[in-house]
Design a protein around this ligand. Structure first.
Ligand code: FS2
Ligand code: SF4
Length: 545
């Protein structure tokens, strides 16, 4: 195996024996083959679209498959073997349709569009030859991977919108165009850089679509105090990003005596008006994803993983972890998709909860969030006044992901040492590095404004663009905003590409720069966008404030 898609990749270069995340090599290889075949399907999908053929099942398969290969989503080899089989079948179907419609499929077809196999042995053998390192030129490899990881993030956000009934064929068409382009050996590095920027454009579009899906379905996030303590009933802990799963679980647990708590990236669900009507929606338990090995243990009740980030469960709580949607791990109970027009069946996890003890208290108190674009813009006058009066000197966007590396303590220290006239804008699980510090407020505006999940970084961009307009500036970079973003997995890649597309410059990215950026590609990002890494808190505070 060779995987370097996340920030915690082994030695900062690549996992080659087993993922630091726990992904075994056979799963990594099967994921490589699946991605390869998605490119093969996409080769035909691009042709099919030109002929007016659009197949939603294929679009959905590509979206879900990309999502399933994101870090900490699915560790189950059998899931990928079945997906590889389905990919081969869909590819042949697409090819047949293209040919029937008169599409020209002669000439040199890419191997991903023609290779076939039947057994797991065939798949294993082929997988060895189609991974990341199959592209020899390191710059082309780097750009292909940057695009592919951006597409994975895009697919995750598209899926969350899709389950709420929001989809945009232009996003599917782009995903397929870009996947197919990564097979094209005639594309130059410059052409791939242009495609990377286009990926950012669709990143903005997909986050806007998800924002529309979430806010139309559940209302605009509101300023909300979320309890971080516990009650004395049994509970179910919901993690991941899928609000629809949470909604159905809240409905099905109503009146059962079982409370529902959020973990990690599900915390922002509390900010939506639609979920406030459930008295048993008890609060947020614990912190960011990587602390789950301790927090799932002390929670006592069952845990529902709706998306990443799942870490290989310990035996002490393994029987209490349920997966759903694209998440999987061998031996864990999986709650399957609902039939059309019905809800998922959470009976088993609710029955399980009833037999469990209430959660052990690990924290007490409250945290405040809900500062998505609607809320911030509704108090824009107050914010603008505070900027003009000099009470707010600077905003620092500290969005992104958290992770287990000790070096990430930098973010806690950075937040704590920021001058008192600065405000942190955050989204994603990065917030757990400082959302329990008492950083106070500026004239009633809290110094940490949490917009929501990582996809709600879109909200931060909306706010920045609005401020630019209000202040009559020509460039978003003239605003008093610095960017100190932490990344871990591939959703952060699409968020980063989206920000670059919107023209944001001088982003500091840490705790380390991606291993998949070759020196030349990193140079392009530095020269054109001023991207840099982080150094130490003191020096970075001087640079950014
Ligand atoms: Fe954090 Fe993990 Fe949101 Fe990422 S909980 S690193 O999924 O996408 O953020
Ligand atoms: Fe390694 Fe990250 Fe890939 Fe897991 S996702 S195998 S930790 S690079």
């Amino acid at each position: 195996m060779f995987c370097f898609q996340c920030q915690e990749t082994a030695k900062g270069t690549g996992c080659t024996v087993r993922g630091v995340c726990g992904k075994p090599d056979d799963v990594a290889r099967m994921q490589d083959l699946l991605i390869y075949l998605l490119k093969g399907i996409s080769f035909y999908s691009v042709e099919a679209r030109k002929l007016g053929i659009v197949h939603e099942e294929t679009d959905k398969f590509i979206m879900e498959s990309l999502f399933s290969t994101i870090t900490n989503v699915n560790f189950d080899k059998q899931v990928f073997v079945e997906k590889v089989k389905k990919a081969l079948a869909l590819r042949e179907q697409m090819k047949a349709w293209v040919m029937q419609a008169g599409g020209n499929m002669t000439g040199n077809l890419p191997d991903a569009a023609v290779w076939t196999g039947e057994t797991e042995g065939d798949f294993d053998q082929k997988a060895e030859t189609v991974g990341v390192l199959a592209t020899e030129n390191e710059d082309i490899r780097s750009l292909r991977q940057l695009i592919t990881y951006g597409l994975k993030g895009m697919a995750a956000y598209a899926k969350h919108a899709y389950v709420l009934g929001y989809q945009d064929d232009k996003i599917f068409a782009f995903m397929e165009k870009a996947l197919a382009a990564t097979l094209d050996d005639t594309l130059s590095a410059d052409e791939l850089i242009a495609l990377t920027m286009e990926t950012g454009k669709y990143g903005v579009d997909v986050m806007a679509l998800l924002d529309q899906a979430n806010t139309s379905t559940y209302g605009h996030p509101e300023i909300t105090k979320v309890s971080i303590g516990v009650r004395n009933h049994p509970g179910i802990l919901v993690s991941g990003h899928d609000l629809k799963d949470l909604e159905e679980l809240l409905k099905q647990t109503a009146g059962t005596g079982v409370d529902v708590y959020t973990h990690s990236e599900m915390l922002p669900a509390h900010y939506y008006p639609a979920f406030k009507k459930y008295p048993h929606f008890a609060g947020n338990y614990g912190n960011a994803w990587w602390k789950q090995d301790k927090e799932f243990e002390s929670f006592n009740g069952p845990i529902l993983m709706t998306t990443n980030c799942l870490i290989p469960p310990k035996d002490s709580y393994k029987d209490r972890v349920y997966t759903t949607s694209v998440v999987g791990f061998p031996g864990l109970k999986h709650i399957g998709d609902a039939e059309e027009g019905k809800e998922k069946d959470f009976t088993a996890i609710i029955a399980h909860a009833k037999k469990c003890a209430p959660p052990v208290e690990i924290e007490t108190g409250e945290i405040v969030g809900g500062f998505a674009h609607n809320t911030v813009l509704s108090v824009a006058d107050k914010v603008i006044e505070a900027i003009k009066a000099g009470a707010i000197k600077k905003f620092v966007v500290m969005a992104g992901c958290d992770g287990r590396m000790k070096s990430r303590e930098y973010y806690t220290e950075f937040a704590a040492k920021l001058p008192k006239d600065t405000i942190i804008l955050t989204a994603g699980c990065a917030k757990y590095k400082y959302n329990k510090l008492d950083l106070g407020d500026i004239g009633g505006i809290p110094r940490v404004l949490d917009a929501g999940q990582c996809n709600d970084s879109y909200s931060l961009a909306v706010v920045a663009l609005k401020l630019k307009e209000v202040f009559g500036l020509d460039d978003v970079n003239q605003l008093p905003i610095s960017y100190n973003i932490a990344w871990y997995e591939q959703k952060a890649c699409i968020v980063l590409l989206a920000l670059l597309y919107l023209g944001v410059k001088n982003i500091h990215l840490g705790p380390t720069l991606p291993a998949f950026l070759s020196p030349n590609v990193a140079k392009v990002l530095v020269e054109n966008f001023g991207i840099s890494g982080i150094s130490n808190v003191e020096d970075d505070l001087r640079k950014m404030i």
